[in-house]
Design a protein. Structure first.
Lengths: 499, 147
């Protein structure tokens, strides 16, 4: 039991008043952002990153704030699924299938409570999993050299779209665009300026925070403007409380446990994240429990499983992010941006060098879950009110918050223009159904990927065969090939079915 | 060539063009001493598959998305113009006024009536200023920057 002492140390960090306060604020903001249709965890974390900068937080506190936002959005995302039949984020899609019918049948309070408890169970178990599995992964990863790391990066890029993505060609293209963006700036080894157009602003490279806020927040506004004209507003089913009897909760408990396990595994897998977690949990639960054909018509287990699943996946996605420095989902990719900006390189050494950060975070997650569960109940009324708030009041707030946040990093107008440019770019890519996550990931990991590539080649004196000389590295390449083959096969099957 | 999938074809062609330029530019980077790979190899490794994937997109495009027309395009243009004017406005009028104007403009573009849009702007201008300056201790220009 070598995690008891560090965990106790972690709790000592997490219960410091300012960290506890940040956890509380993060949970609150996260739930609100998650509940708003259209603003998911990636946007939520992206918008609040500048806040972490303006507050001048140390890395541990920043990470606590953002992971609490992350967990909060996962809780909140289900609320609009249940009330509006519009998922607040992609991972809450499956919750709408049974959550909305439950609300229609007047069982909204039960749906809300089961979703909250399901989220709690999923997130708690995933945090335990994070605590147990990350150190194991670290023990393996500590022996990784540049060859293995380069292979891992290849794996991360090849699989970031996951198997659910529509067109793998576009996802891969996005990854290469991201990698290309990462090479902008002065080359760290040779001091050669690359793709800077002689501009002084680009010598330091593209600031990932500026790019992320532009790609997500600004493009969100542009995308929203397209729907604004249609004036389509779904009827809100007003729910004033969240309550379920112990019997009802017990009925769904098995679904929560199954959903948690499936979700956690899906979250740890590279490039899948919470959306796949909830999808798989729901599918499995339907296969196990749908004896009387109640799924899709308001079965509480159809709410419990995907909610436990997507929250467990959110926790699972933190495992590769912390232990390897390679995010398993879009949101963790954005969080990685913050850590890199604070000069923290996640990876196996993080556990050794900064145990306070890792264990403080884990302890904060346990606390955040309890805060979220308690907060969920009385805040239902507030959410109902918020759902009926018009977008014209909300969008300017989101956009100007992003502006102030980005401005506060460098007080530079150039950053603001760059952000708007990324916003337009992100909007076009979204329209073309090209995922933005691989771009962010490429921009973030590109430099480290190139460093490992060059380190490996300088060991071998320029012989490329060294890249395939490590058994572990080759195993990772094989896994990459298999995952790619599956993604292409599924895409091919989908397109041939569509014709 | 049919017009079906034109969006993807154009995007693919753009990717091919960027990849060619990107890879070509890389060849002029000077290799340092004791760095067998040099600054050019990685961009080249990125450029080749980028170009190939762009080409695949040109040849096998997905169906076109529906692009906004007329009023939607106008609204998107107006909101972008607001965002581009904002940094300059910030220097000119200070944070509260610039933010109020930008907030009102974005709200108006989103179909708010004038009174509602102006209220949103005013609340944002004053509220965000108070929040950031007194709440978060950020330095934001209150009035026009002098000198």
């Amino acid at each position: 039991m070598d995690f008891v002492a560090p965990l106790a140390q972690g709790f000592a960090v997490a219960v410091q008043p300012h960290n506890l306060g940040l956890a509380f604020v993060g949970c609150f903001l996260g739930m609100i952002i998650g509940a708003l249709p259209g603003l998911g965890p990636v946007n939520g974390v992206a918008i609040l990153i500048p806040l972490a900068f303006t507050l001048g937080l140390d890395p541990t506190s920043s990470l606590i704030l953002l992971t609490c936002v992350y967990y909060g959005t996962m809780y909140g995302g289900s609320i609009s699924s249940i009330m509006l039949n519009i998922p607040g984020e992609a991972a809450a899609m499956m919750t709408a299938l049974d959550g909305y019918p439950m609300a229609q049948a007047g069982k909204g309070a039960q749906a809300m409570a089961i979703s909250a408890v399901g989220s709690f169970v999923g997130a708690m178990l995933a945090t335990v999993g994070l605590m147990l599995f990350s150190p194991l992964l670290v023990r393996v990863a500590i022996h990784f050299g540049p060859i293995e790391y380069f292979a891992l990066y290849v794996l991360a890029f090849a699989t970031i779209g996951g198997v659910a993505e529509s067109n793998p060609i576009k996802t891969l293209l996005a990854a290469f665009i991201g990698l290309a963006l990462a090479t902008v700036g002065l080359d760290a080894v040779s001091a050669v300026p690359r793709y800077t157009f002689g501009s002084f602003y680009l010598f330091d490279g593209i600031n990932p925070i500026v790019a992320i806020v532009g790609l997500f927040a600004i493009s969100e506004m542009l995308a929203f403007l397209e729907q604004a004209g249609s004036g389509m507003i779904a009827p809100v089913i007003k729910i004033t409380r969240a309550y379920a009897s112990p019997r009802e909760l017990l009925f769904a408990f098995g679904a929560m446990l199954r959903g948690s396990v499936v979700g956690f595994i899906a979250g740890v897998m590279p490039g899948s994240g919470a959306t796949l977690g909830s999808l798989l949990s729901y599918t499995l639960e339907k296969r196990v429990s749908n004896r009387d054909d109640t799924f899709g018509k308001g079965d509480p287990r159809g709410v419990a499983a995907p909610e436990a699943g997507n929250n467990a996946a959110a926790g699972g996605a933190l495992v590769p992010m912390l232990a390897l420095g390679i995010p398993g989902s879009g949101t963790t990719a954005v969080m990685l941006a913050l850590l890199i900006s604070l000069n923290i390189q996640p990876g196996p050494l993080l556990f050794e060098k900064q145990p306070d950060l890792v264990w403080g975070l884990i302890a904060a997650l346990f606390i955040a879950n309890i805060i979220l569960l308690i907060m969920n109940m009385p805040m239902v009324g507030l959410f109902t009110w918020m759902m009926s708030m018009p977008m014209w009041a909300l969008m300017p707030f989101v956009v100007l918050m992003s502006f102030v946040g980005v401005y506060s990093i460098n007080q530079s107008a150039f950053d603001l223009y760059a952000m708007v440019a990324f916003g337009v770019f992100g909007f076009v890519l979204r329209k073309l159904d090209i995922s933005l996550i691989p771009i962010v990931l490429g921009l973030l990991l590109g430099t480290e990927m190139e460093n490992n590539f060059r380190r490996a080649l300088s060991i071998s004196g320029g012989d490329y065969a060294i890249l395939f000389s490590s058994p572990m590295g080759n195993a990772i390449y094989t896994l990459t090939a298999v995952m790619l083959a599956i993604a292409f096969y599924l895409a091919w099957k989908r397109s041939s079915r569509a014709v | 060539v049919s017009r079906r999938g034109l969006s993807d074809r154009l995007a693919g062609a753009a990717a091919v063009a960027v990849a060619l330029w990107y890879g070509w530019t890389a060849q002029s980077f000077v290799q340092g001493f004791g760095d067998p790979a040099g600054p050019a190899v990685f961009p080249t490794v990125v450029a080749v598959p980028m170009g190939v994937l762009g080409l695949v997109l040109v040849l096998r495009p997905d169906p076109d998305p529906s692009w906004g027309r007329g009023p939607v395009l106008l609204r998107q243009g107006l909101s972008l113009a607001t965002l581009l004017a904002y940094p300059a406005l910030l220097q000119l009028t200070g944070f509260p006024i610039a933010t109020a104007l930008a907030g009102a403009a974005v709200a108006r573009v989103l179909n708010a009536h004038w009174p509602a849009a102006l209220t949103t702007g005013a609340v944002l201008g004053v509220g965000l200023y108070l929040l950031f300056v007194y709440g978060l201790g950020l330095v934001l220009p209150l009035g026009p920057r002098l000198g």
